[in-house]
Design a protein around this ligand. Sequence first.
Ligand SMILES: O=C(O)c1cc(C(=O)O)c2c(n1)C(=O)C(=O)c1cc(C(=O)O)[nH]c1-2
Length: 250
Amino acid sequence: MTTTHATSNEATGTNGTGPVSPDALVERLREQATRYHSEHDFHVRMNAGELSPDQIRGWVANRFCYQEAIPRKDAAILGNCPEREVRRRWIRRITDHDGTESTEGGIEAWLRLGEACGLERAEMEDGRHIVPGVRFAVEAYVTFTRTRPWVEAVASSLTELFAPGLMAERLAAFERHYTWIDRDGLDYFRNRLHQAPRDSEHALEIVKERCRTVEQQDAAVAALAFKNDVLWSMMDAIDRAYPDDRAYPA
Ligand SMILES: O=C(O)c1cc(C(=O)O)c2c(n1)C(=O)C(=O)c1cc(C(=O)O)[nH]c1-2
């Protein structure tokens, strides 16, 4: 074991007496960055250029499960949100991933990333490489957003606050170390560099405005901790499925 991950209970703790200011709530949420999956050993090795082509392919094929589920979780949030002003901004997330008649969308961009890595479109789409831990973690995220109050579900998306740093590092690492992957295949990461900050800004606005009581603030922090657990569990499952000591020809 080279990585540690604090449990949700250790990491979220309550703040003591009363509710905190919106800005202090943002600070509490940002403290969750230490539990983000960028700290997972598999990501650390990925960004250091240490993964084999099959380890990269295994990660891409498994992450497709997450990419495909994102519009379903955003539709669940829309389905639970009674506010038109929120819905009309949130809906953009679905078209960002599914695409429109004139734009490609993130799921298609992820499939092109997979193809650039040497995976067939069919083997990503039929999910044959998806390991049980990834499938369970992804479904847990979708279920959370369906069954919890919509503001908590919005808070659970706030891992995206931490994503741009990882995305920029990953893009640089792929261009530098994994030169066998066609650079055009990396568009997905380039797009997320501007989509993630826009999305997390909206989510943060909602959480700051609506989480005013201790209970609401604790629930928002717990939702983000839960999401960190989802992402971490996915990485654990992928790491276990594609260990270092197997020989992978390019
Ligand atoms: O590759 C990553 O590290 C990463 C992390 C996250 C995240 O932090 O949840 C997302 C994505 N990618 C991503 O591509 C994406 O579309 C996305 C949507 C969401 C969300 O919860 O709404 N997170 C993420």
